[in-house]
Design a protein around this ligand. Structure first.
Ligand code: CA
Length: 241
């Protein structure tokens, strides 16, 4: 955008049939296109430029890329848009020991980074659950600024998987969050057994986290955009005179 402005500012000094003329021709083509779009033309143009350089949000699925661990080992670099983390969590209790599993638990923790000039606008969790002989099924999630969370919790929230889905997760009012690295720690999972003599009681929940990340306009970006739009106006005035 900035280079484009410098070129248009030299319009009166450049004679025809130079390499500059080709670039200026393209600039004039864009100016005319924006003019035809009307007052919103400049905004549309800026949005198209921003979209052209925007990266793709994260979409992580345990079924494709592997199980997340209780001690957070996965770290995701989020991008502007809705980033999703999906998987399965469970608490299965067996009164009679079965091979490799008397109390089977699956905690899922992870870390994420918000790039510079972005913020985490909101977080939601959707889920579905299968239960067997339980009256309660829940998980506690804690938001921290470092891994694995020692003494730096920003907030926590208990999610009942027997409640309605999705849930807006605010971790005790922590979001919106500025750029940085954070951890979502699955700190505990709960169960209430209806009948302790029952074999294979417990619950299994499929879940999907949705992290909506938005852009924070940089003051310098706003200045550059104003200069660029001023350049477009400069070209227009020179053409008229
Ligand atoms: Ca899992």
């Amino acid at each position: 955008m900035f280079a484009f402005t410098l070129l248009t500012a030299n319009v009166a000094e450049v004679s025809s049939s130079t390499p500059y003329d080709f670039v200026l021709g393209r600039a004039e083509m864009w100016r005319q296109a924006i003019k035809r779009l009307g007052p919103l033309g400049a905004g549309v143009f800026a949005a198209l430029l921003a979209g052209a350089v925007q990266a793709t949000p994260v979409h992580y699925s345990e079924s494709v890329s592997g199980d997340l661990t209780q001690a957070p080992s996965a770290a995701f670099l989020f991008e502007v848009g809705t980033n999703t983390i999906s998987g399965t969590t469970d608490f299965l209790s067996f009164i009679e020991p079965v091979p490799n599993c008397h109390f089977c638990v699956d905690f899922d923790s992870f870390a994420f980074t918000l790039p510079t000039n972005t913020k985490l606008a909101d977080v939601s969790l959707s889920f579905g659950i299968d239960t067997n002989n339980v009256s309660a099924a829940s998980s506690d999630f804690t938001l921290c600024t470092v891994m694995p969370c020692g003494g730096t919790a920003l907030g926590s929230q208990r999610i009942s998987f027997l409640g309605s889905s999705p849930v807006l997760v605010d971790f005790g009012g922590a979001p919106p969050l500025e750029a940085g690295t954070y951890t979502v720690l699955n700190t505990a999972i709960g169960i209430a057994e209806l009948d302790t003599s029952h074999l294979g009681m417990g619950w299994t929940a499929d879940y999907k986290w949705s992290f909506r990340v938005t852009t924070i306009p940089e003051p310098s970006s706003l200045v550059l955009m104003a200069i660029a739009l001023g350049g477009l106006g400069f070209v227009s005035l020179r053409r008229k005179h």
